[in-house]
Design a protein around this ligand. Structure first.
Ligand code: ADP
Length: 223
């Protein structure tokens, strides 16, 4: 708990320092050119959004960790996978080649928002960490099942040909605030809580996050 509080304080300190610094400059310099104040306001807004995202992720994670899951309902997982691909496209703004390989008509019983949060992190990470020009594939398939009275197992995966992650980091990726590329994570608005949320969200759906990655080749995150 002590480490967690220290981490959260550290995460909040940077945006607050930026915001307070600009506010001080602006109040000390009443004649600041409009162009410059606009620029400062934009930077402050970015830091404000960062804190908002952090709080939203903290609340999501705390609820998931409490094990109290909301009521389940039937979810069109194929539709969700297509929505995730569209959201990935929107974030990429044409910088990546995103392909999708989704088996139609796959349904599961679950909690839509948790699944969306958990799986979208995988898509958004692929977009955020893969350099422009890279390839991303989003796939969903039903696995053969021996028990015909139960819903067949399904596998959702996001593959990218980005930088990949060195083996020593892999066991730590789902720890809260663990980052391999700190600069890139912050610059692209990462809270460092994404994969911790994904781990809990897929566990809530009786699955486990699988990570395969090789430096220089790319990564595959699936559940
Ligand atoms: P963040 O908010 O920092 O992205 P996450 O928990 O989502 O936090 O991810 C943890 C770390 O794992 C990231 O900081 C990044 O270094 C690494 N990572 C996640 N996905 C990828 C990926 N597809 N390619 C390369 N590195 C990744």
């Amino acid at each position: 708990r002590t480490a967690f509080v220290a981490n959260v304080s550290h995460e909040l300190r940077t945006p607050l320092t930026v915001i307070n610094g600009f506010l001080e400059t602006m109040s000390d310099t009443p004649s600041l050119p409009a162009e410059q104040s606009h620029h400062f306001i934009g930077l402050m807004q970015k830091e404000g959004t960062r804190m908002q995202n952090l709080l939203a992720d903290l609340l999501t994670l705390s609820r998931l960790e409490s094990g109290k899951s909301p009521e389940r309902s039937p979810i069109d997982l194929s539709g969700l996978a297509r929505t995730l691909a569209e959201d990935g496209e929107a974030l990429s703004t044409g910088r990546h080649e995103i392909s999708i390989n989704v088996q139609p008509g796959v349904w599961i019983n679950g909690v839509y928002n948790d699944l969306y949060n958990g799986l979208s992190n995988l898509v958004f990470n692929a977009v955020r960490y893969t350099p422009a020009g890279g390839k991303i594939n989003i796939s969903l398939k039903e696995m053969p099942s021996e028990n015909r009275f139960m819903l067949p197992p399904v596998y959702f995966a996001v593959e990218d040909n980005g930088p990949g992650i060195a083996a020593e980091h892999l066991p730590h990726l789902t720890e809260r605030f663990y980052r391999v590329d700190k600069g890139r994570s912050r610059q692209s608005g990462g809270t460092g809580l994404g994969l911790a949320i994904t781990k809990h969200a897929v566990a809530e759906h009786r699955s486990a996050l699988q990570i395969h990655s090789e430096v220089g080749k790319g990564s595959e995150f699936g559940a």
